[in-house]
Design a binder for this molecule. Structure first.
Ligand SMILES: *[C@@H]1O[C@H](CO)[C@@H](O)[C@H](O)[C@H]1NC(C)=O
Ligand SMILES: *[C@@H]1O[C@H](CO)[C@@H](O)[C@H](O)[C@H]1NC(C)=O
Length: 200
């Protein structure tokens, strides 16, 4: 094959394999506290990508989706219940507290952002100073034993008093907000993975 044809082939293949980014979804809302349960998983009646791909991305970066913007203000954990068995990690890891608020922007192509700073600026422009994108390591904070059926353990002031026991989780988290549930949302993928559309 001559060099020109080889180059043409490489360019064609390169442009058809487009990058994918990780997305998240609101799963349920708890009106008692005004909090959303955000997840890698979509509710069962959602017509779209049912589960995120944190390693390779799940949604073409050229798609139009709202950005999941957050504002962490160190709010103490409301007494939402955490029960169950967990999986590879203990159950609390998957239902950590986001220590603040979530909001979703108008739908945009993730490919329009080159860097995480550009997405942060987009969030701040939409919702105000301090709003930005975060990964689930930053949003899912948990303390072993928190919640239970009545949600009380490590909530409120007991949460804040035990900040030194907090660990970082993933795959899901809770935060103040009441997002739309008809679409997945662009999110910053895990720090050590390539599943983010922008440089992060
Ligand atoms: C929160 O979302 C998870 C999916 O990540 C789901 O399994 C769980 O039942 C939800 N919890 C509540 C209380 O809705
Ligand atoms: C969105 O939430 C409403 C209730 O607020 C619920 O009836 C509906 O099934 C949810 N949609 C999805 C896709 O989960």
């Amino acid at each position: 094959m001559n060099k020109f044809l080889l180059l043409l082939l490489i360019c064609t293949v390169g442009s058809t394999i487009s990058k994918k980014g990780m997305t998240f979804m609101k799963y349920t809302h708890d009106a008692r506290f005004g909090i959303d349960n955000l997840s890698c998983y979509a509710p069962s009646d959602f017509k779209g990508v049912p589960v995120c791909d944190a390693y390779n991305g799940d949604t073409d970066c050229e798609n139009l989706l709202p950005v999941l913007c957050v504002k962490v203000d160190d709010s103490p954990r409301p007494a939402y219940p955490v029960t169950g068995e967990g999986a590879a990690m203990p159950v609390w890891n998957y239902f950590g507290w986001g220590r603040g608020h979530v909001a979703s922007t108008k739908p945009v192509k993730a490919s329009q952002f080159q860097t995480r700073e550009a997405v942060d600026a987009f969030c701040a422009d939409a919702f105000g100073s301090g709003w930005k994108v975060q990964s689930w390591q930053d949003m899912s904070k948990w303390i072993s034993g928190m919640g239970g059926v009545d949600g009380m353990k490590y909530s409120g002031s007991e949460w804040s008093a035990n900040a030194d026991k907090m660990q970082s989780g993933g795959w899901g988290f809770y935060a103040y907000g009441n997002l739309r549930n008809d679409t997945r949302l662009w999110m910053d993928g895990p720090h050590d993975q390539v599943s983010t559309c922008w440089a992060h």
